[in-house]
Design a protein around this ligand. Structure first.
Ligand SMILES: [Zn+2]
Ligand SMILES: [Zn+2]
Length: 264
């Protein structure tokens, strides 16, 4: 690995982790704990908080970053549950509701100046993984394309998919490739990363547009799974309440959309 963390050393290669969760969805760590972990234990230049179907935690992280002098920049993101699977959306100002088509969700990200990256595609067994026929559909249709594909996802959702995702993304789709931890535990943050020329958010956006990004790193270790399972057992009620709250919001959005279809 050529991106080892050497304190004080200036690098010409930026390091980003564009996919992680907090207690605003199903992560075990609060926004504050996530940011502290990144500051103290990772060399990352850019991170995105991408909770499931909410941007509340990401907005909080952005506000905290504005007050503190962190050595990294924070992107407001959301992992949107589209009809066809999970879609990472970055640089958001407004939440994108779940349950829409992947094309519509990409459009809504672009309409607010954001980017859309297909999260962990090609996993045959994971029901939130975008499947090959949908990738082909996105590739063939002329108008709405994602900006990138998460070819390396460090969680179970990425296991066994790196080769196929990389081959198709490089040779066929020709969208940018990214690597991300999909961390639900603080120790997983940075386990997979996106490298790019330069540093900071502006250079990252440019690199994504020019397909100059690369996926690096590996998979979660056993301790991440152990931590996640024990947390889920201990916080069953709390997690169910969070899911119910999100569902209520989705119902309100669906009702509002019926009344006023141009709302989003
Ligand atoms: Zn996912
Ligand atoms: Zn995720």
């Amino acid at each position: 690995m050529n991106d080892r963390f050497i304190p004080g050393q200036r690098r010409h290669t930026g390091l980003a982790d564009l996919h992680m969760h907090t207690t605003y969805s199903d992560g075990v760590a609060t926004v504050e704990q996530v940011l502290a972990r990144i500051q103290d234990h990772t060399p990352l230049d850019v991170i995105a908080i991408t909770d499931h179907d909410t941007i509340e935690g990401a907005l909080r992280a952005r506000d905290l970053a504005a007050k503190h002098d962190y050595p990294f920049e924070v992107i407001v993101g959301e992992e949107v549950s589209t009809r066809e699977g999970h879609l990472l959306t970055l640089f958001l100002t407004k939440r994108i509701p779940p349950g829409l088509s992947i094309e519509r969700s990409i459009e809504l990200a672009h309409a607010q100046g954001g980017l859309a990256i297909v999260a962990h595609p090609f996993h045959r067994l994971f029901r939130f993984s975008v499947q090959r026929e949908v990738m082909e559909r996105l590739w063939r249709q002329p108008e709405v394309h994602p900006d990138g594909v998460e070819t390396l996802n460090a969680s179970f959702a990425g296991v066994g998919c790196y080769g196929l995702a990389t081959r198709f993304t490089r040779d066929r789709y020709r969208w940018a490739e990214t690597g991300s931890s999909d961390a639900h535990t603080p120790t997983a943050i940075g386990s997979a990363r996106t490298t790019y020329p330069g540093s900071g958010v502006a250079a990252l956006r440019l690199a994504l547009a020019e397909r100059q990004t690369q996926a690096r790193g590996g998979y979660w270790r056993l301790r991440e799974y152990r931590h996640l399972i024990s947390y889920s057992r201990a916080h069953k009620g709390e997690l169910a309440a969070r899911r119910a709250q999100l569902r209520r919001t989705d119902e309100q959005i669906a009702q509002a959309l019926e009344r006023e279809p141009t709302l989003v």
